[in-house]
Each structure stands twice: as structure tokens, then as C-alpha cells.
Write a protein that binds this ligand. Structure first.
Ligand SMILES: [Zn+2]
Length: 387
């Protein structure tokens, strides 16, 4: 580091494991011994690092090792889905300390959903003996989000949420930084960080459930685009979709021909008695040929859009998640067939197409990491940027 490192930068060194003793911090930063002591004392006092007495002995007195203190605060997180919302309290490493799922229709609107989420956080905090150590709040919502403002867009999907600026509503009860992002972006971040970060930096996450959406990890970070709408692949049309009118008003969007909703509709049109994705999953497991064919066809159509995304983004892995991952095999077979046929050879040379490793927990983890990265950033710790 060419200039004097701040307290916040010293915390990053300890968190990353790059420097974990006072001597190492001095070497990496070039700070004087008193300056290192001053910054470490501040981090100890704020409860963000702790001292481990036991260090590897090098003959003399072992150096005191510093460790990031994941118990130095909690974050409140909620991953809102169309019909089910996951709500949790996490430590500063993103581990859930308490968690509950609530069945609620997100279309009930923010006036109903947000108070319910906040009441649930209060209840979970009470269960741990209070909430004076809350350092931030993170939400994933099934809508396009203008990330910087925490404002939901996308009138087509959640009409009652359009234009709602969520952070001030939450901050009136929890006066801490509040971050809001699109649900699939949050899931993609959680999946990448917890399952793939050590091996690759470029990942395309595609969520296939009631609807279809994607989150793009590029160069290790989430790709949001100018207004946060990057990855909204659901309304890209497919070829030969059969002229299905999509809820957005266009024809043959991948969402209208390959989502869970579309699979159910296609099976019903064939006279099959299915009411939920669980019914479809049962039929796939039982090896029902007609169902497998419908799911595989959905996979092929999804594959068309993913092939285009692969050519554009060149990810190392495409991760398929969401409820429809249950029927992974015929769906992924369809996706693979088309992606390897239509993407360039270079883009697919070492491309993997896999099922989500984290499963439904990825949303909670991703929300927590989104908040933690912000509130523990060097700028936030040093007070040089309002979180
Ligand atoms: Zn559409």
C-alpha cells in the first residue's frame, strides 16, 4: 500500500487472512508499530476483531493472532419470493443464526409484506435476547430493482410494489443501512461466493420456477447494468414458440414457454391432471414419458436464450436453480442440447452446466453477504462513505 492504511483497510487484511498479526500488518501496510497498535485497538474496541492467544510458536513468545469476529454484530435478511418469504438473522460471516419461512403472497403489497417481515425480525431478535447489535438489513425482491436507490420497478410483475423505495420504510424501525436487490442477483451472489468463488469468477445463474430470471457474476462481482435490470432474461423471445401471448404483452417470451407456469399449462393442455410443480416433479420421478418430453422441450427453449447469454458473457459455469431444478435431468438435457449446438465453440469449450449447490438457502446467504460487504467495507468502517 503506497499511502498509510486506514483502520478499515486493516480490517480487510484480517478478514481476508492476508495479515493476521500486528507484525504482518506492519509489513504489508508499511505502518509504524504505534500506528498498527492504534488501528488494531480500535477494531478490538468495536468488537470487529478478537485476539487468539494461541499462535504457532516460532521458538520465542508466539505472536498474538487476530481473527475477524463474525459474532461482532448481526444482519437482518429476507428473501421475498412470489409466494414464500425466507426471513433470517445472520452473523457477520453470513451464517444464519435464526431462520423462518413465511407463506405470503408478495402481491399483497409492501404495506402488508414489509410490516410482516419486520415483525418477524423482531420476534427472531427477541428469541436471541434483543437487537442492539443489528448493523444492517438486506432484502431480495422478485422485481427489477434500481439498486442504488432501493427502488422497485417492474410494474408487470408486482404492480403494488412499483416505484416503492424500500430502505426508508425499513430504516424507520431499524435505523441501519438497508440494501435491496433483485432476488436472482442475490441468489447468484450467494451461490458464487459460497460454492464457486475459489474456482471461478464468471457464473451465470438461471432461476427457473414460477418465472425465469438470471443473475450474472462477471469478474467476481454481480453485473447490475445501468439501472439494475441486467439478467432479466425472462422476456427474451424464442424461435418457434408457438405464438404464446406473454403476460408482458409480447409473444413467445422464454418465460411464457419454459417457466414452471408454462410447463404446467402445457401438461394441462395435454389433459394431464397437474395443479402444482410438485405434481410435475412426481411425474418426472416416475419416469412419465409425456411429462419428460414437455420438460425437455422447456429446457430446449430455455437453452436458446442461455446460448445467447453464453455467447455474450462467456461464463465458466451456468447454474440452474429454482423449484424446477427438482426436474433437473430432462430440463438440463434440453438446455445442454441447445447450448452446445448454438453457442460458439470457444464459449463452450470448458463450459459446465450444473444444478444449484446451495439450493433454497442461497437467497438468505446472498442477502447477508450483500449487506456485510457494504457495512464492513473500508469506507464504511472509516466513516468516509455513508453506508
Ligand atoms: Zn414477456
Amino acid at each position: 500500500m503506497s499511502r498509510l492504511a486506514t483502520t478499515g483497510e486493516v480490517l480487510q487484511l484480517v478478514r481476508s487472512g492476508e495479515a493476521v498479526t500486528r507484525a504482518e500488518i506492519g509489513r504489508v501496510t508499511g505502518l509504524s508499530r504505534p500506528a498498527v497498535a492504534h488501528r488494531v485497538a480500535e477494531l478490538l474496541q468495536r468488537g470487529l476483531v478478537v485476539e487468539d492467544a494461541e499462535g504457532p510458536s516460532t521458538g520465542g513468545r508466539p505472536p498474538v493472532r487476530l481473527r475477524f469476529n463474525a459474532a461482532g454484530g448481526v444482519v437482518l435478511v429476507a428473501s421475498l419470493g412470489a409466494s414464500r418469504t425466507q426471513i433470517a438473522i445472520c452473523d457477520l460471516a453470513g451464517e444464519a443464526l435464526a431462520r423462518t419461512d413465511v407463506e405470503i403472497d408478495v402481491e399483497e403489497g409492501p404495506d402488508v409484506v414489509l410490516p410482516l417481515v419486520m415483525d418477524t425480525w423482531e420476534r427472531l431478535l427477541d428469541g436471541r435476547g434483543g437487537g442492539d447489535d443489528v448493523v444492517g438489513v438486506g432484502l431480495g425482491v422478485p422485481a427489477t430493482v434500481e439498486f442504488a436507490a432501493g427502488r422497485t420497478e417492474s410494474a408487470r410483475v408486482m404492480a403494488s410494489w412499483t416505484g416503492v423505495v424500500i430502505p426508508p420504510i425499513i430504516a424507520s424501525r431499524f435505523p441501519v443501512p438497508v440494501l435491496v436487490d433483485n432476488d436472482v442477483n442475490v441468489i447468484a451472489m450467494g451461490e458464487h461466493r459460497m460454492a464457486y468463488a475459489s474456482e471461478l469468477d464468471d457464473l451465470l445463474f438461471v432461476k427457473v420456477s414460477t418465472r425465469i430470471g438470471a443473475g450474472v457474476i462477471s469478474g467476481g462481482g454481480i453485473l447490475r447494468g445501468a439501472l439494475g435490470a441486467a439478467g432479466e432474461i425472462g422476456h427474451i423471445p424464442v424461435r418457434d414458440g408457438g405464438g404464446v401471448l406473454c403476460r408482458c404483452g409480447n409473444v413467445d417470451c422464454v418465460d411464457s414457454v419454459a417457466s414452471g407456469t408454462a410447463i404446467l399449462r402445457d401438461l394441462r393442455e395435454k389433459g394431464r391432471d397437474v395443479t402444482s410443480l410438485a405434481d410435475v416433479t412426481d411425474l418426472v420421478r416416475a419416469g412419465d414419458a409425456e411429462t419428460m418430453a414437455v420438460v425437455r422441450q422447456a429446457g430446449r427453449r430455455l437453452g436458446e436464450v442461455i446460448a445467447t447469454a453464453v455467447n455474450l458473457l462467456n461464463p465458466a459455469v451456468v447454474v440452474l436453480g429454482g423449484d424446477v431444478a427438482e426436474m433437473f435431468q430432462p430440463l438440463v438435457s434440453g438446455v445442454r442440447e441447445i447450448v452446445y449446438q448454438r453457442s460458439t465453440q470457444l464459449a463452450t469449450r470448458s463450459l459446465r452446466i450444473e444444478r444449484s449447490r446451495l439450493g433454497p438457502g442461497a437467497g438468505i446467504t446472498g442477502c447477508a453477504l450483500m449487506v456485510i460487504d457494504r457495512v464492513l467495507s473500508a469506507e464504511a468502517i472509516d466513516g468516509t462513505r455513508t453506508p
